[in-house]
Design a protein around this ligand. Structure first.
Ligand code: GLV
Length: 317
């Protein structure tokens, strides 16, 4: 390849898992002959690319990729990316992929049903050799509250509502959603929490949401409420969650994320009888859909159009 190729076939650098990378290369070769996908190599032509696809970008990105114009994150959350270090001209784009959304919806439905049907309690009872039936509550009497009404939160809210649960949603800015009662901003948080029996966190992690799920927030939920966290570990003050579970304020938690991943084997939430934890697997980007989203984004940018799902830096997501 000569340098002219980069002009006629803009370069997209790929820095992620090589096995999934094979699918990316295949999709680009078949569906985007106008672009060229190159694997990350700090000393190779990838460093001159205008576009980067990564979960973990190279260190000192502005220096490593001086021509970078857009960073496509391979996941939904971009909180781990060094956005502040990038020149303001570099766009940062979140992954929105139908498969990623569908997996998250499955996870939330699974977790809400597990909590609705008292699974953490029954697991604890089973471990102790006890047979302790509890009354079965109809879904219509269990209120589910979803924090974060982006693409994932909205899809999860609709799916949960399909089981008959009254669903409410909270987000930083006002959102309207058919059949879902919505609340916005700090002023409405108390009302939202007071009517939430199962709280689902799907918020983006920003300075405003870090540590939001703390003792004060748990104390505004009805006693015996339960928590699903499929957002980020940083949303939860873990010591406060442990205290809320131990004190009976919360009846159970299903956690896909923890503040430190992987957590130490001795992590008290992993060992807690009322916690069910999964290792950050609620949802994952599927390479084919992700590659197509990046192709659409790069082409839009080359036409001088906005890239769908580019973040708003002032909001941090
Ligand atoms: C995973 O957590 C993601 O942000 O896609």
């Amino acid at each position: 390849m000569t340098p002219a190729d980069a002009t006629t076939h803009p370069l997209v650098a790929y820095k992620s898992d090589p096995v999934r990378g094979a699918v990316w290369h295949d999709i680009f070769a078949r569906e985007a002959p106008d672009l060229r996908l190159v694997d990350w190599d700090p000393h190779g032509e990838a460093a001159q690319a205008r576009y980067l696809v990564a979960w973990t970008p190279p260190e000192d990105l502005p220096r490593a990729m001086p021509r970078l114009e857009a960073l496509f994150c391979i996941g939904a959350g971009i909180d781990h990316l060094p956005v502040g270090e990038l020149p303001r001209t570099v766009q940062v784009v979140r992954m929105v992929d139908p498969n990623l959304t569908a997996s998250m919806v499955e996870y939330v439905v699974m977790a809400v049903l597990a909590l609705h049907r008292d699974l953490p309690f029954y697991r604890r009872e089973q471990a102790a050799g006890r047979w302790t039936p509890r009354p079965v509550l109809p879904a219509t009497e269990r209120r589910v509250g979803i924090m974060g009404l982006g693409v994932l939160g909205q899809a999860a809210a609709r799916a949960v509502a399909g089981f008959g649960f009254p669903v409410r949603g909270w987000s930083a800015s006002a959102k309207a959603l058919d059949g879902i009662e919505t609340f916005a901003g700090d002023a409405a948080l108390g009302d939202f929490l007071a009517g939430t029996d199962i709280l689902v966190c799907l918020l983006p992690l920003t300075p405003a949401t870090r540590g939001l799920l703390d003792r004060a927030l748990f104390s505004r939920l009805p006693p015996g409420a339960a928590l699903v966290n499929a957002g980020r570990g940083g949303h939860v003050v873990e010591a406060d969650l442990l205290a809320a579970l131990d004190g009976g304020r919360l009846s159970g938690a299903i956690l896909d994320v923890l503040a430190t991943e992987p957590p130490p084997a001795s992590h008290p939430l992993l060992a807690h009888p009322l916690v069910m934890a999964t290792p950050h697997v609620a949802s994952a980007t599927q390479p084919a859909g992700a590659a197509r989203q990046v192709i659409r984004g790069v082409r839009a940018h080359l036409r001088g159009e906005p890239i769908a799902h580019a973040i708003d830096r002032s909001q941090g997501y």
